[in-house]
Ligand binder design. Sequence first.
Ligand code: P6P
Length: 338
Amino acid sequence: MNSVRRVSLTQYLVEQQRAHGRIPGELRLLIEVVARACKHIAIAVNKGALGDVLGSAATENVQGEVQKKLDVIANEVLVEANQWGGHLAAMASEEMDSIHLVPDRYPQGEYLLLFDPLDGSSNIDVNVSIGTIFSVLRKVGHARGVTEEDFLQPGRQQAGAGYCVYGPQSTLVLTLGNGVALFTLDRETGSWVLTQDGARIPEDTREFAINMSNLRHWAPPVRRYIDECLAGREGARGKDFNMRWVASMVADVHRILTRGGVFLYPWDRREPDKPGKLRLMYEANPMAFIVEQAGGRATDGRRRILDIVPTRLHERVAVVLGSSNEVRRVTEYHQQAG
Ligand code: P6P
């Protein structure tokens, strides 16, 4: 952990602008607005049973999943916070069927914001870490009209990405293409304070993250990789492995960013027509950008996540990400399988 001088998110962004000259004012405003929204979501999450925020909202999202009250609250906080500032042209969310245009009464900006407002929401009622994931794209055209097609850009075109994990600490993780910085919420002052800059993921690891209950449904390359990990030092890998599965992508990715590891949510036979469970635009792409900026890798088992050209806003993708040498091995097993 690099020890860093205590600077606020605002000061960090200003210094990044001076150092790299690549953070336009609108992008800086966007990041600060999202960070403020995440602070409000953290406050709502931390209310727990003391606030009317737990349980089901008795509605379904575009994925056909029952929404939790906090899913809806978090989505509303992000939409309300971002639509008036003039930095965005439109937004897209896991919790909204179609894109959300900035209302005509507000000025439009040059950015598109995509988010999973509260990832891991099945963990809300059992008090396990959850989080917000966001991705920033530039609007390609310059006419006022924005359509879903404007969002369908490969992840390598992201202007920025981040997540906020609501756990024992609330931590905001951010990349604008010049490495990965971590900010911890100081609840006494209400500000995001830089607590690590230049986060790096170790190239090797002995820790994998996967939902083992799906073992019988996996394709052979994934089965081969996990079987070798489970065989430990007596097997082909010659070393023992540990396993973690929080079932909250933000928490699993944050652990990997902090100490290394490999995360897998592969295709499986339960729903063979779907390439995977996780969503490309607002889960896989932002996490892949962060992981690569920290020296890791992210593929769908064969292709670099950030090179995948989306065809639909809510499309799903298989995900293998984390320590580069392990992701490379899983990808090689897929390529060897043909
Ligand atoms: P499973 C949460 O619902 C999520 O989208 C990710 O955050 C998480 O990694 C995954 O699904 C957990 O899925 O099938 O293990 O419950």
